[in-house]
Design a protein around this ligand. Structure first.
Ligand SMILES: [Mn+2]
Length: 382
């Protein structure tokens, strides 16, 4: 099966940058844009023999998992290498656990890095130094394939970063098609689910390439398997999470901010931030939580006048790391033991920075979501 040649895409017009978060620049590695041959170039930079590892960001989401699977499949099909997939953190959301179980993913913990020599590491849906991966810099990274905006220069043998794409899985689909490597129903279902969830059913930050990949996969999807993933049974504490999210949420004009307290998985904040964003008056959400010895937060925007990734990075400044896309982003702050008593004050700083950056500081201290009279809190749109 050969794909139609993906056309080079003009980069989208840049939005005005927020005043403060604009201090970080976006770097782009020069690349000869030849989408048909990107997969070929990737295969060329891999070692001819030895151990190859495919990895992604910590606490992987469906896009990270499916992209790892696809690259492992591609490399197995076109070389004599037998790459392994290793991930850091945990599989949080029930859907992600179902994906891993149903597809019988052979995932190694990222600690595997320490126990043997690696000849080449392929990173997908993530970039070294981006803050959401603890991959040591000394590791022999040979390739980065991602759709997150590139925030720092990467001097690596192969870099393919397409920030206009909705999902890294879409890039992986293009690689498979360009190399004429077939997918089975499991891989197709994983990739389809990745594109579907990452773009919220092709509704959020989606490119023509994502739609093409979506339709290319469609006939290969196992829909019963898909159902078992998307409608996975959820544990009881999931409901408590929503209760805490709603009970703690405060409305600041067009922004909702919630603090979940202790969370069962690091991606809980993202899930509640997505949920709160559906409020009819709200175009921005920020959700914080505490996972083990980390403060984690997620940001979601429905408006695209500010870059959520840059704001996330500014929120975490001096404490930890943050980043992401223009409308979905997050960060984490690792707490040294001596700072455990500072959790609340650090969370306060994050909230105060957020309300100032998104222009809702005048609504402080905010109104409780459940008793808020929306007619008195100001209009959501300018
Ligand atoms: Mn992704």
């Amino acid at each position: 099966m050969k794909s139609g040649a993906p056309k080079p895409k003009a980069s989208p017009p840049r939005r005005p940058r927020p005043a403060d978060p604009g201090r970080e620049e976006i770097h782009l590695s020069p690349r000869e844009w030849d989408p048909e041959n990107q997969a070929g170039k990737l295969l060329e930079v891999l070692p001819k023999s030895g151990s190859v590892l495919v990895t992604s960001h910590d606490n992987p989401d469906p896009d990270a998992l499916a992209s790892c699977m696809a690259l492992q499949h591609l490399i197995r099909a076109r070389t004599s290498l037998k790459p392994r997939i290793a991930i850091g953190g945990i599989l949080g959301r029930a859907e992600n656990q179902a994906l891993s179980l149903e597809l019988e993913l052979d995932l190694y913990p990222i600690d595997i890095l320490e126990y043997q020599r690696w000849d080449g590491i392929v990173m997908v849906d993530a970039q070294p130094g981006a803050g959401n991966s603890n991959l040591p810099r000394s590791m022999p990274i040979v390739a980065v394939i991602d759709h997150h905006p590139q925030r720092q220069p990467l001097d690596l043998p192969f870099v393919d970063i397409r920030p206009d794409y909705g999902a890294s899985a879409t890039i992986a689909v293009e690689y498979l098609r360009a190399q004429e490597v077939e997918w089975d129903t499991k891989l197709a279902t994983a990739l389809y689910y990745a594109i579907k969830s990452e773009t919220q059913d092709l509704g959020r930050r989606v490119a023509e390439a994502d739609r093409r990949a979506h339709f290319a996969l469609f006939d290969s999807v196992d829909w019963e398997l898909m159902h078992r993933i998307t409608k996975a049974k959820i544990p009881g504490d999931y409901f408590a999470l929503f209760q805490r999210g709603i009970a703690s949420a405060r409305l600041f004009g067009n922004a909702l901010i919630a603090d979940l307290g202790e969370i069962p998985t690091p991606d809980a904040c993202a899930e509640i931030a997505d949920f709160l964003l559906r409020h009819e008056q709200v175009t921005r959400s920020l959700v914080l939580g505490r996972y083990e010895d980390q403060i984690v937060f997620s940001i979601r925007f429905t408006r695209s006048d500010l870059d959520a990734g840059l704001i996330a990075s500014s929120l975490a400044r001096d404490f930890g790391t943050g980043g992401g896309h223009d409308q979905m982003a997050g960060g984490r702050i690792e707490l040294a033991r001596t700072r455990l008593d500072q959790v609340e004050s650090i969370k306060d700083v994050i909230v105060q920075r957020f309300v100032e950056m998104v222009g809702v500081a005048q609504y402080r201290p905010g109104l409780p979501l459940l008793s808020a009279d929306v007619s008195e809190t100001g209009s959501a749109s300018p």
